[in-house]
Design a protein around this ligand. Structure first.
Ligand SMILES: Cc1ncc(COP(=O)(O)O)c(C=O)c1O
Length: 499
């Protein structure tokens, strides 16, 4: 059974007569056609199908980059044929990966790594050139030339690698005489992205999820520390939450774990899931201590394809230092004549994304990144302030951390219509604003969430607000209000959580 199925998948594809040379040419939908076709015909057929995907720029559900400038697209196209894994064959692509790891390690205040490996970005090259250039770099810890980290296909893979390193280090601590009394566990808020639940299931780690509560929409230090024991491989802190864009208090979590250490001897490390915030906080909130400045933070991931401004297909993970990444997780592959250290879940992967990430760092510099993220935040905060003014909505966040915010209908309005109704209506003009319910213990809270990304202008925000105001008015004026939402019933069926 395919994992994704759709009702209309039977029958042949319909071909426009202008594309075909012979009468009656058909294209079976689910089998390879007996004969081929001209490239332009194939292009047209596939393009026609994809029209129905909608306009990515109006998609306010996704965190993922939907626009890059033509020069970046060209660079990516030039690198389509490079395989990221063939570091021996494409040493300069590998070099760009190393520089990106060093740039991120430096932005995230990693202490200079002591690793002396000169191959691959895992245990990256001490020989890698400094990219800090000595230029003034606000919020930048200075050039890091030997950071430990690598690129991945996205944050999900990066989180898996970060989680595996935690698991391996915990096993190392509990091997032999100090064998663990129970299965390993990972402490995190119930608001974590699904990749952490995957990690726990695939690696048989118990997920210790701290439920949400009214007024506490993410993990706190006290809640995290209270759930740790000798089998805790680590605590995951999210910068920021996929649910509402809020930052978890990494510094406070570190302090509570320090206290736990002092009180009980339990020494619990922290992984920061900075899928989005890893590329936002260094530029917009340089004073928030969420990164390697917090002593307990051993690893950080981020999605290059979110606020790193690259098209989908790249993530990053960086460890505090070489000691934080157990050596036995690194494979030294004898490939095409070279000894290549790798730590990845997959093997082949296109090189263009890494080149594009490096391009973005050069193209924008620190100040350019800051301006792009600031523009997103200005739009997000303008939108949230205007939405709060409309009347029926209560903001849960306002876009002042990630340029992302969530809002709900006040109870007196929720009896007449739901956020799901509003989300469906907004789709009529192409806007994708997801509506979903929160996880345990706040399943009865349904919200709309808006992610403001590069390219969503004040003008577009104005158009969205016009539509939102109009639909809100129309829904409120409905002659016959639908039945009140049943907790866990209709709302749950219509849950539409999109990352
Ligand atoms: C906090 C967080 N972690 C991990 C992920 C997974 O990221 P990716 O889509 O890059 O695999 C997401 C995606 O939205 C996220 O928001």
């Amino acid at each position: 059974m395919p994992l994704h199925s759709k009702a209309d998948s039977a029958g042949d594809l319909d071909l426009n007569p202008m594309y075909v040379r012979e009468e009656g040419q058909s294209i079976p939908r689910n089998e390879i056609p007996a004969r081929g076709m001209l490239p332009d015909t194939a292009l047209q057929v596939v393009r026609d199908e994809l029209i129905l995907d909608g306009n990515a720029r109006l998609n306010l559900a996704t965190f993922v980059t939907t626009w890059m400038e033509p020069q970046a697209r060209q660079l990516m196209a030039e690198c389509f044929d490079k395989n990221m894994i063939d570091k021996d064959e494409y040493p300069q692509t590998a070099e760009l990966e190393r520089r990106c790891v060093n740039i991120l390690a430096s932005l995230w205040h990693a202490p200079d790594a002591t690793a002396s490996s000169t191959d691959g970005a895992v245990g990256a090259a001490a020989a890698a050139p400094s990219v800090g250039n000595g230029a003034p770099s606000v919020g930048n810890a200075g050039p890091s030339v030997g950071a430990t980290g690598c690129s991945t296909t996205g944050s999900s893979e990066a989180c898996m690698l970060g989680g595996m390193a935690l698991l391996w280090r915990w096993r190392g601590r509990h091997s032999g005489a100090g064998a663990a009394a129970g299965p390993p566990n990972l402490v995190m808020g119930s608001n974590v992205q699904v990749c952490w639940e995957k990690f726990c299931r695939y690696w048989q780690v118990e997920p210790r999820l701290v439920p949400m509560a009214p007024g506490r929409l993410h993990l706190t230090g006290a809640e995290a520390a209270a759930r740790c024991d000798e089998n805790t491989i680590g605590v995951v802190a999210v910068m920021g939450s996929t649910m509402d864009g809020s930052y978890e208090p990494v510094h406070e979590i570190g302090q509570c774990l320090d206290q736990l250490h002092a009180d009980t001897g339990l020494d619990v490390p922290v992984h920061v899931d900075g899928a989005s915030g890893g590329f936002v906080a260094p530029f917009l909130q340089p004073d928030i201590e969420w990164d390697f400045r917090v002593r307990r933070v051993v690893s950080i991931n981020a999605s290059g394809h979110k606020y790193g401004l690259v098209y989908p297909g790249v993530g990053w993970v960086v460890w505090r230092d070489a000691a934080a990444l157990p050596e036995d997780l690194i494979f030294r592959v004898n490939y095409l004549g070279g000894d290549m250290p790798t730590f990845a879940l997959n093997f082949s992967r296109p090189g263009g994304h890494v080149a594009a990430q490096y391009y973005n760092f050069l193209r924008l510099g620190f100040e350019g990144f800051r301006r792009v993220q600031q523009a997103c935040q200005d739009v997000a905060m303008h939108l949230s302030a205007e939405i709060a003014q409309i009347g029926p909505f209560e903001l849960l966040t306002d876009g002042s951390e990630l340029p992302v915010f969530a809002f709900r209908l006040r109870d007196e309005h929720a009896a007449r219509y739901s956020v799901f109704d509003l989300s469906e209506r907004l789709r009529q003009r192409g806007w994708r604003v997801p509506a979903y319910t929160f996880p345990a213990d706040m399943r009865d809270t349904a919200v709309l969430r808006i992610v403001v990304r590069n390219g969503f202008s004040m003008d577009m925000a104005g158009l969205l607000l016009d539509d939102l105001r109009q639909h809100t008015q129309e829904l409120a004026a409905q002659p016959c209000p639908p039945a009140a939402p049943v907790p866990g019933g209709r709302q749950r069926q219509r849950r539409a959580f999109a990352h």
